[in-house]
Write a protein that binds this ligand. Structure first.
Ligand code: SF4
Length: 372
């Protein structure tokens, strides 16, 4: 079954490090936008589409009034065949939820909520330009639990200006004391043309070695708290991994709706242009530009190695031939000696130390099979 991604390109205010596609929330525009999404759900191309995951991301979906999200979910159920046990996620900013909103999400079928908490340290939150403090995040998470969410995720960030390893572990400690099942931990990356893209800010960031130490300590700490690392940046209690995001890494198909949304659909990588007004005024988004041609061999190596389960040698052999697969295995065995790889049960995977240098390791693997 496929996944459905729905992009909500509205935020209350732009965070200085963010380059996701979003504009400032506008009530009338958001109403027109939800209508445009539902119009697209009805397109012939998607008729009969079956999905077992739906992900409402952004942007800040929770900035929208609850009735618009309920309308959106009605559109989803009416136009697609959604599995009974589907995972249906909404991303939320802690300062934009209320008990009523959370109850409305549950009533509309949403069963997973992912909060952009980022840190438990109010100074760090302020420096990130976030609108919430940690108390607000705690209240939002507890409110979600009261509303009946059993599957709650929180994002956190590492590598922030002035941040120490201790600060990272403090945030992790306070987050894991809350009723959450899943943590995504991202390293701050300075994206071009964002407000953070300036020399002064860059000079204040911890160096690579420090960030690597933070990452490895965090992985160890979270494992000790029962959040196992199932992907480079993702940790979960068993059974609470993000089923939707796993589709991306396993190269399963998903269709994205809304400006800037990506899809892997009928073995083609498609992308909706980053143009909200154009999306609203266009009749349908069905003729989408294709991104670079989909090369399953390259993508399988690159994406499967983000997961702790790693790549399956049988599938790799089917894709690149057994002698190339054998060459990759030999490289992996060399990396294993340095603690970067694991080889077991017919699979090759990276260790947390390997994740830190995954770009170089993957490049070596691609060279080994003749794809780079
Ligand atoms: S709330 Fe999220 S999507 Fe919106 S600007 Fe901030 S980081 Fe980006």
């Amino acid at each position: 079954m496929r996944g459905i991604y729905i992009h909500i390109p509205f935020c209350l205010r732009k965070c200085p490090y963010c380059d996701f596609y979003s504009v400032t929330l506008d009530r009338s525009l958001s109403e027109q936008y939800i209508d445009a999404l539902i119009r697209n759900f009805r397109a012939d191309k998607y008729r009969g589409l079956c999905a077992d995951t739906v992900y409402i991301g952004g942007g800040t979906p929770s900035a929208l009034p609850a009735e618009l999200i309920s309308k959106l979910m009605e559109g989803v159920y009416k136009n697609f065949s959604i599995a009974e046990n589907a995972e249906i996620t909404i991303e939320a900013n802690p300062c934009t939820v209320s008990d009523d909103k959370l109850a409305a999400y549950r009533a509309s079928g949403i069963n997973r909520i992912s909060f952009g908490v980022q840190s438990a340290d109010d100074r760090e939150l302020k420096a990130l330009g976030r609108l919430h403090d940690f108390d607000t995040a705690e209240r939002a998470i507890e409110g979600a639990q009261r509303a009946g969410f059993d599957n709650i995720s929180a994002d956190m960030m590492i590598g922030l200006s002035g941040q120490s390893e201790r600060d990272v572990l403090n945030s992790a400690e306070r987050l894991t004391a809350l009723p959450i099942r899943h943590i995504s931990a991202y390293m701050l990356k300075i994206e071009p043309n964002t407000a953070f893209d300036n020399d002064k800010l860059k000079a204040s960031l911890p160096g690579d070695d420090k960030v690597s130490d933070m990452y490895l300590s965090l992985c160890k700490f979270l494992e000790g708290k029962g959040f196992y690392q199932y992907e480079i940046s993702n940790f979960a209690q068993t059974g609470f991994e993000s089923r939707h995001n796993i589709k991306y890494w396993r190269l399963e198909e998903y269709i994205g709706f809304g400006p800037a949304a990506h899809s892997l659909f009928d073995k083609r990588r498609l992308r909706v242009p980053r143009d909200l007004r154009g999306y609203i005024s266009a009749p349908l988004q069905t003729e989408l530009p294709e991104e670079e041609p989909f090369d399953e061999r390259v993508e399988y190596i690159m994406l499967s190695l983000r997961l702790r389960e790693g790549l399956d040698m049988q599938r790799l052999s089917a894709l690149v031939g057994s002698s190339s697969a054998q060459k990759l295995k030999e490289r992996a065995a060399a990396f294993e000696k340095h603690g970067l790889c694991r080889l077991s049960d017919g699979r090759v995977s990276l260790t947390p130390e390997g994740f830190l240098v995954s770009n170089s390791v993957i490049l070596e693997f691609l060279c080994a099979v003749g794809l780079a």
